[in-house]
Write a protein that binds this ligand. Structure first.
Ligand SMILES: [Zn+2]
Length: 317
């Protein structure tokens, strides 16, 4: 990717910050600053690969300026230190470290660098991968109309999961939420299980093209209603001895009352709601979290239109 960055910068006045984490491609007469961030979680390496592929295809003389005129472009490479160690983070989750005055931990210091640059971006796409397999890629971001609308314009089919703005995690503020506080718009995309997977890398690259195309059009449509919009219906909290049944994947459908797991005493843990399992946790991951999974579902009662959507058909069959 360094090679792609090097070539791309010939088309722009370029600034790279002191630790090579951020590249800024300044376009003359800029009307917007659009940004893509990857690697907020270091071991979600597919984002680096997708960005590399995206940049490689842009590196044709004048391509970027022709396709996306008057557009400055900001790239963030996230937690490089953790990526090099193939870990989610080194000292503290970077994507929970925004907007805090603390500089105690490495990731809080990285967040300070990000805050300087990303306060200016109107549109941001933050690329992630899930720990466990996912039935479909999905967007996740603050449940704000502008965020949803942006996500639905970037991709017409995949689910958009909203969490209450300012309420994603008790552990701290993620980048997309922080950018929303600045009056701008950001959404995260989860491409699928972490790692270098060809299909995901292609998906991520295509998504980046669509994101820039729509950003240049100013995300001009206002989309607010869709059966693809999901929100948190229930949280399965961790209690001592409680474990999920093995094999749950992201966006796997579940019916209310279906067995989710088992308690130490042998009691079955039943799904409190119908919907889709999100962020199931096992082993070490479960040990350091206060919850075992969430269940998300459509904002309103499941309308008939769901039947036409492949991702939802399983839940209805
Ligand atoms: Zn992530």
């Amino acid at each position: 990717m360094r090679e792609a960055l090097q070539l791309l910068k010939e088309q722009f006045v370029e600034m790279v910050n002191e630790d090579q984490r951020i590249a800024f491609f300044y376009a003359q007469n800029s009307e917007r600053i659009v940004s893509i961030t990857v690697g907020s979680h270091g071991d979600e390496v597919g984002g680096f690969a997708a960005l590399g592929e995206f940049l490689r295809e842009c590196v044709v003389a004048g391509y970027f300026q022709r396709r996306w005129p008057r557009t400055s472009f900001l790239v963030g490479l996230g937690n490089l230190e953790a990526a090099l160690q193939n870990r989610r983070y080194v000292e503290r989750d970077l994507d929970r470290s925004f907007g805090t005055p603390s500089t105690q931990f490495l990731e809080e210091r990285i967040a300070k660098i990000y805050e300087k640059w990303f306060a200016w971006t109107q549109w941001n796409l933050d690329v992630h991968q899930t720990v466990l397999p996912s039935r479909s890629p999905f967007f996740i971001g603050p449940a704000a109309a502008r965020v949803r609308s942006m996500a639905m314009q970037i991709h017409p089919e995949i689910p958009v999961i909203g969490f209450p703005a300012g309420g994603f995690s008790v552990d701290g503020t993620p980048l997309d939420d922080w950018i929303l506080y600045q009056g701008n718009v950001s959404v995260s995309v989860e491409m699928g299980q972490k790692g270098f997977h060809e299909e995901q890398i292609r998906f991520g690259k295509n998504l980046m093209f669509r994101f820039l195309d729509e950003a240049v059009r100013g995300f001009s449509q206002t989309l607010s209603q869709s059966p693809r919009i999901l929100e948190k219906k229930a949280v399965v909290r961790k209690t001592p001895g409680l474990v999920l049944h093995p094999g749950f994947e992201n966006l796997q459908s579940i019916r209310k009352g279906e067995v989710l797991g088992i308690s130490q005493g042998g009691d079955s843990l039943l799904a409190p709601e119908s919907g889709f399992v999100l962020f199931p946790k096992y082993g070490e991951l479960a040990a350091c979290s206060s919850e075992l999974c969430q269940i998300v579902g459509p904002v309103d009662a499941m309308p008939a239109v769901y039947r036409s959507s492949a991702i939802f058909s399983e839940a209805l069959s």
